[in-house]
Design a protein around this ligand. Structure first.
Ligand code: TRP
Ligand code: SF4
Length: 438
């Protein structure tokens, strides 16, 4: 299996994806200590993560942390795009500091849009929708990749530690790939890591909420962030905590500084082996790694290095299109656009592919299949807030008490209410949008 961020594959087997790519499971233990966890977190729509522990720690200990995500406006914004923004709004409400990249370089490189077209969609559709959905623009930076000098500079500089074989292996580039396309993952890495530059808040835990198709970019960014570190702290094979210097210059000084920081953290049993460029800490355990790493990052930034925290990520499932295929802007019947007229949305819902049986009699007897129903997905991802009510829909469908006709009507009704309210809010924010842009 291969994850291609630019293909239109839908992924069916999320647990297999998780296993194959070493993505960690996002489950109740992961979200349970967060304040008022969002429904997408509670319901398994977010099914995997990398390094979320770092974020949870920051939230619980009230330390600074950042969100960086990006969207590629190609066509109008639909329900599939709404998920990431719902997450961002939730994270904003629990104290994250938010940055959002409008991926115009990527849309140019991979979808054939001009920068102007992307700008048009961003300013007239995406950003007004973000704000209407509840994003607070005052506490948030929204920027265009093509206009952000620091992001582009970082992309160039970080590119130094990536070679062509790695890009080929990760993305399947070949002799025909155009260079803008080849470069766009580095721009995305620039997006992800620039929020940790001093000017943008300095090194701190950073969460990138995305769809799982973005995992190659996440792996690349995590790799690159670590290749710019001077220290590495890990659990060794014989279960000791070791700090290793990753470069060959100034090893003695770096070991001195590390030892000093460790003593300050009250570790006593340090064993330095200069030829391994290492300090082992006999009285530390796995639980101390993060705390130690944070001190090492401080040393690195004082030396003028980046000192990046490895960026964390969460991965959400994709909502199925109403026709049963992928929800996509290029197939209007598959998608509900946030600017759709409620009548139009109703029509699409009434024609959608449900998990109902062929005849009413059969459905009464055997029940429906909510797990294979796009109407149920609408409830699960977007329309029903209350978990009890959702469970009630699920169970009554399975038991054959609920029929698809009435169920679709109910979904259409909730959708109508949502779209009308959003439209009202959008009208109020439209003029303000330009002003908010960086
Ligand atoms: N590649 C993302 C997409 O296809 C958009 C994006 C650009 C992004 N920069 C980002 C996502 C940084 C997360 C983080 O939609
Ligand atoms: Fe889907 Fe509702 Fe039909 Fe069940 S009753 S299959 S949830 S539309």
């Amino acid at each position: 299996m291969k994850i291609d961020p630019w293909s239109s594959t839908t992924y069916q087997d999320y647990s297999r994806l998780r296993d194959e790519f070493g993505i960690e499971e996002f489950n109740e233990d992961t979200w349970k200590n967060l304040p008022h966890p969002h429904k997408l977190l509670r319901r398994g729509v977010i099914f995997g993560h990398r390094g979320f522990q770092l974020i949870k720690d920051a939230v619980i200990k009230n330390k600074p942390w950042a969100i960086l995500t990006g969207l590629m406006p190609s066509g109008k914004m639909h329900l599939g795009h709404k998920m990431v923004i719902d997450e961002v709004i939730y994270y904003q409400s629990i104290g994250a500091d938010i940055s959002i990249a409008i991926a115009d370089i990527e849309a140019f490189a991979t979808r054939g849009y001009t920068l102007k077209e992307t700008e048009y969609y961003a300013i007239n559709d995406y950003i007004p929708n973000y704000i209407a959905l509840g994003l607070k623009p005052e506490k948030c930076r929204i920027y265009f990749q093509s206009k952000h000098q620091d992001v582009k500079d970082l992309a160039y500089i970080l590119g130094k530690k990536v070679n062509w074989s790695q890009m080929q292996a990760t993305y399947g580039f070949n002799g025909q790939s155009n260079m803008t396309h080849v470069f766009s993952p580095l721009v995305q890495t620039g997006d992800i890591l620039h929020v940790q530059l001093k000017k943008y808040g300095g090194p701190r835990p950073t969460l990138v909420p995305v769809g799982v198709d973005q995992d190659p970019h996440i792996r690349l960014s995590r790799d690159i962030s670590q290749s710019h570190r001077l220290y590495n702290v890990t659990l060794t094979k014989d279960k000791k905590i070791g700090i290793f210097i990753k470069i060959d210059e100034n090893v003695g000084t770096l070991l001195d500084k590390a030892e000093k920081a460790l003593r300050k953290l009250n570790f006593q049993k340090l064993k330095r082996i200069t030829e391994y460029k290492a300090v082992y800490i006999e009285d530390a355990g796995e639980k101390d790694i993060q705390k130690i790493d944070e001190e090492l990052i401080k040393i690195e930034t004082k030396l003028g290095e980046y000192g990046f925290f490895s960026p964390s990520a969460t991965f959400h499932r994709f909502i199925t299109g109403l026709t049963g295929e992928k929800m996509s802007s290029s197939k209007p019947d598959s998608a509900i656009f946030l600017t759709d007229h409620p009548d139009n949305a109703r029509k699409k819902i009434m024609h959608s592919k449900t998990g109902g049986a062929v005849t009413l009699a059969q459905q009464k007897k055997h029940g429906g299949k909510p797990d294979e129903c796009v109407v149920y997905e609408l409830f699960l991802y977007h329309l029903i807030e209350d978990d009890k009510e959702l469970l009630e829909v699920y169970n009554s469908c399975k038991k054959g008490e609920k029929m698809c006709g009435e169920c679709k009507k109910y979904a259409a009704q909730l959708m109508e209410k949502f779209l009308l309210e959003l439209d009202k809010k959008r009208k109020n924010v439209k003029d303000k949008v330009k002003k908010y842009l960086d």
